[in-house]
Design a protein. Structure first.
Length: 199
């Protein structure tokens, strides 16, 4: 009877060990996938930030009266460069929020710069400007794709480490959920737009 109990305990230990190591390996694989997808997001944001000085200098030659907009773009780019976040810091909501806000500010500043450039037909006809705008548009598309892949990878990782028995292994390893991109103004987009054709 005693040997039968020992056998059952041994089988349970082997099964538990198998589950632990399987979950451990899966967590590591998914964590690496999150890090890789985050690297791609950073790569595309860096590409955009690298385009900004050339774009500002090109616009500066034509839009001499738009100093405030040019300063906003330059300041937003500097802020983006000052906030660094690596894959190990993706569990920090405050840092992630600062990173996301800086990127959003740069997007807004670039939108204002593009709107201002519409007032300068010579600038819009400039081939360097057209090339930079084409590169910027392509980069914005790449950012969207990279963020989408990151969102999917983080969703898979967070779901995986929250399910049992993986949650127990994740807790032992100190794994936490990764931060996810959010909509800049979630409350505003959740409200139905007011449409009034009478005015």
């Amino acid at each position: 009877m005693k040997s039968k109990s020992l056998l059952v305990i041994l089988v349970l230990i082997i099964i538990g060990g198998f589950i632990f190591f399987k979950d451990y390996n899966s967590i590591q694989t998914q964590d690496e996938a999150v890090a890789a997808s985050w690297s791609e997001v950073i790569n595309q944001y860096k590409r955009r930030a690298d385009l900004v000085p050339n774009l500002v200098n090109t616009v500066k030659g034509y839009a001499t009266h738009e100093k405030e907009v040019l300063t906003q773009v330059t300041d937003a780019r500097a802020k983006v460069g000052s906030i660094q976040i690596n894959a190990d810091q993706l569990t920090d909501p405050t840092l992630f929020s600062k990173f996301q806000q800086a990127q959003s500010d740069l997007s807004s500043a670039l939108s204002r710069l593009i709107a201002v450039s519409e007032n300068y037909p010579d600038l819009k006809a400039n081939t360097l400007y057209q090339d930079l705008m084409s590169q910027l548009e392509g980069t914005e598309n790449r950012i969207t794709v990279a963020r989408g892949r990151y969102i999917e990878t983080v969703k898979n990782f967070n779901s995986y480490i929250r399910t049992l028995p993986t949650k127990w292994v994740a807790d032992i390893l100190g794994q936490q959920t990764k931060q996810q991109f959010t909509v800049d103004n979630e409350k505003q987009i959740s409200d139905a737009p007011a449409v009034n054709f009478g005015q």
